[in-house]
Design a protein around this ligand. Structure first.
Ligand code: ADP
Ligand code: ADP
Length: 233
């Protein structure tokens, strides 16, 4: 599970310069293993910052964050790759490498963690199949639609079999039908047991959501606690 305790983040603060505005202020929340949780709030509310801190891409100015019981503030340089192997990251924009094929993009996370080419090829194709794009393996990313590129980004995020998927506005700039396909692909991983934390301000996605953590000006205004008795009849 993921736990934040009194986490604050101030960008570029030197020492204890009080008064600067904080990207996050005293955020406490917990997310259980296997949950699908949405993070909402206006632009600038701190959603990206919160996601980046789970991946140790940004460090808290104060407070503690733990992922599966491990305090990630205490991770040394060798602990970060270990943490990231548990995570599937989808940050904006899809940042696919345009000088190589779709398949090569999805193989990349496997190759950097030492998989053989043959194994990476097989697993990358399986991940592309999971998002319905097996036939696009040899294509150039720029030849795909926006929604297809986002699904390639999902395949790349899940190819390492992560325990947790962190997605920042995965449906940004997509039309409704395309956005639905991207969300269906993410929900399928949730149904397979993967914990998913998805930042979005897409109201039509949030309407059907079981749990939404709402941020405003760096503070959690609702949804920090796991709601009890939600719909499990
Ligand atoms: P959201 O994802 O909800 O739009 P962000 O986490 O991107 O919010 O931003 C929260 C606040 O932190 C904003 O005021 C933003 O300007 C600021 N911020 C984000 N990233 C940086 C950065 N790298 N340096 C300085 N300020 C930043
Ligand atoms: P294989 O056994 O050949 O890897 P699978 O059908 O089990 O085929 O998985 C296909 C791909 O789907 C995997 O390579 C992996 O990227 C992804 N995958 C499967 N299960 C999970 C899971 N629980 N969490 C995340 N990704 C998964």
């Amino acid at each position: 599970m993921i736990e934040f305790r009194q986490v604050s983040k101030q960008y570029g603060s030197r020492g204890d310069s009080a008064g600067g505005s904080a990207a996050l202020s005293e955020v406490s929340l917990s997310i259980e293993t296997g949950e699908l949780v949405y993070l909402s709030g206006p632009s600038g509310a701190g959603k990206s910052t919160l996601l980046k801190m789970i991946a140790a891409m940004e460090r808290p100015s104060s407070g503690t964050i733990s992922v599966n019981g491990q305090d990630i503030g205490r991770l040394g340089a060798s602990g970060i790759p270990y943490l990231r192997r548990k995570l599937g990251l989808m940050f904006q924009p899809a940042d696919l490498l345009n000088d190589r094929s779709v398949l090569a993009n999805v193989m990349l996370p496997l190759l950097v963690t030492g998989a053989s080419r043959a194994d990476a090829d097989k697993r990358a194709r399986a991940a592309l199949a999971r998002v319905g794009l097996e036939d696009k393996a040899p294509a150039a990313p720029l030849a795909l639609s926006g929604g297809e590129q986002q699904r390639v980004a999902i395949a790349r995020a899940i190819v390492n079999r992560p325990q947790i998927i962190l997605a920042d506005e995965p449906t940004a700039n997509l039309d409704r039908g395309t956005a639905d396909k991207v969300m269906d692909a993410l929900r399928a991983f949730h149904e397979a047991g993967v914990t998913c934390l998805i930042a979005t301000h897409d109201e039509s996605i949030l309407q059907g959501a079981r749990r939404v953590i709402r941020l405003e000006k760096g503070r959690v205004v609702s949804g920090a606690e796991l709601s009890i008795g939600t719909g499990l009849a």
